[in-house]
Design a protein around this ligand. Sequence first.
Ligand SMILES: NC(=O)c1ccc[n+]([C@@H]2O[C@H](COP(=O)([O-])OP(=O)(O)OC[C@H]3O[C@@H](n4cnc5c(N)ncnc54)[C@H](OP(=O)(O)O)[C@@H]3O)[C@@H](O)[C@H]2O)c1
Length: 160
Amino acid sequence: MITFVYARDQAYGIGKNNDMPWHLPADLKHFKQTTTGKTIVMGRKTFDSMNGPLPNRRNIVLTRNRSFTAADTDVVYSVDDVLALSKEQEVFVIGGTEIFNLFWNHCDKQIVTVIEDTFDADTFVPALKDDEWELVEAVAGTMDEKNRYPHEYRTYVRKT
Ligand SMILES: NC(=O)c1ccc[n+]([C@@H]2O[C@H](COP(=O)([O-])OP(=O)(O)OC[C@H]3O[C@@H](n4cnc5c(N)ncnc54)[C@H](OP(=O)(O)O)[C@@H]3O)[C@@H](O)[C@H]2O)c1
């Protein structure tokens, strides 16, 4: 099974200059809780945007570059490699846009943090269509001095 995990703003932006457009540590904590102990798959650019692999989970990077290597990181070169793995276990695809587009039609669940603000962005995700996706959970995030944007943690499942 393939599950997406990402945060997007009101205009469906997810990134800017190979970084996150916002600072929202509560979402990073939510992401950590969701993916710790699991397998995450990301595009090479998203991997480059991080300080190495995320701890306590299996990190897989998708790239076309056969010489790409990184410590404590598995590398795959095709969508099919990830699809084969997803038949054995839940695989959390964590972005970015190129990678979401590759797996969009294979994904059955999306865990989405919706940030109720709009940021300058250069990478986006498509909107979820009501006739294709059912909202099964929505939990309001807590705002405080370090988490200044209204946000909601939503879970969508693909309608059969
Ligand atoms: N808000 C969020 O939740 C969130 C989550 C993740 C990322 N982001 C943001 O998204 C942005 C990055 O997204 P992006 O779309 O630019 O890049 P990306 O999807 O992270 O990575 C793109 C790379 O994936 C590899 N790739 C793409 N298609 C492939 C294929 N068919 N087979 C093998 N490898 C393939 C290529 O790597 P090579 O060039 O090495 O071949 C390509 O350059 C950043 O701003 C990041 O901060 C946001």
